[in-house]
Design a protein around this ligand. Structure first.
Ligand code: NAD
Length: 256
């Protein structure tokens, strides 16, 4: 379905981003990976789909590196057709104790990087009159939780950016949408499960059950595979008039 298209997925060496990269690769896209950690393992997993793969190590907190990543993708594959802004970090603390440098890092990585990548990639998409920008936001772009001020602010901002750019491109072949997962069991959430086990003095399965029961009525994690399928749909021709949406996949979290 996405044969001949190039997808750039930020933060795709782990968790959701890796799941999205795999789904896009299986749908026929070439993929530019990005992120830290076990890059070789992520690359091997995506290459095993048979897709053409490359990697750029840009730090999403550095605007110059974000732009360099887009240019490198254009040079390597001839363009960026699908831009998935997925890289994100979390820090949990009450606002009065929130370290200002964690605030700055979360705003830079979870929000500003999407502005810089969009700004760099959009002209090429408009020239070809085809493009898909998928911003991985969160339920925390729609509702808040305690002790996540920076993350909630950044994700609300990301949905705002999504809507603004969707309007600016509304008459073109470029669509811009956000995806809003609830809990997904990735390293980012595993840390929160472990913190919950310590704070409640319970084992990990019980901490997991409590985490889900508090917010996610389905009592089941959303999976990277499910988010991959949704992203592939948003990149399809069937979704060519889905614009400026914040599409939930949250087990009922925001229905409450
Ligand atoms: P994760 O920690 O498994 O993966 C994060 C990815 O981002 C990794 O590849 C990491 O290397 C990369 N990354 C982190 N900082 C970076 C930087 N400065 N520059 C480049 N890459 C960087 O996390 P995840 O749970 O897969 O989260 C992915 C996205 O999904 C995030 O935007 C997160 O906010 C969002 N999200 C996650 C959940 C969840 O429950 N896990 C729910 C809603 C939204």
């Amino acid at each position: 379905m996405l044969q001949g298209k190039t997808a750039l997925v930020t933060g795709s060496t782990s968790g959701i981003g890796l799941g999205l990269a795999l789904a896009l690769a299986r749908s026929g896209a070439r993929v530019m990976l990005n992120g830290f950690g076990d890059v070789a393992a992520a690359r091997a997993e995506v290459e095993a789909t048979g897709a053409e793969v490359d990697y750029h190590g840009a730090d999403m907190s550095r605007p110059d590196e974000v732009v360099d990543m887009v240019r490198a993708c254009e040079a390597r594959f001839g363009g960026v057709d699908i831009l998935v802004n997925n890289a994100g970090i979390q820090h949990v603390a009450p606002v009065q104790d929130f370290p200002p440098e964690r605030w700055d890092a979360i705003l830079a990585i979870n929000l500003s990087s999407a502005f810089h990548s969009t700004r760099a990639a959009l002209p090429g998409m408009l020239t070809r009159n085809w493009g898909r920008i998928v911003n991985i936001a969160s339920v925390h772009g729609q509702v808040a939780s305690v002790n996540k001020s920076a993350y909630v602010a950044a994700k609300h901002g990301l949905i705002g950016l999504t809507k603004a750019v969707a309007l600016e491109t509304a008459t073109t072949g470029v669509t811009v949408n956000a995806v809003c997962p609830g809990w997904v069991l990735t390293p980012l959430v595993q840390k929160q499960v472990e913190a919950r086990a310590v704070s409640d003095a319970v084992d990990l399965p019980e901490a997991t059950r409590r985490l889900l029961a508090e917010k996610q009525p389905s009592l089941a994690f959303t999976t990277p595979e499910q988010l991959g399928a949704l992203t592939v749909f948003l990149c399809s021709e069937a979704a060519s008039n889905v614009r400026g949406q914040a599409w939930g996949m949250d087990g009922g979290w925001t229905a409450q």
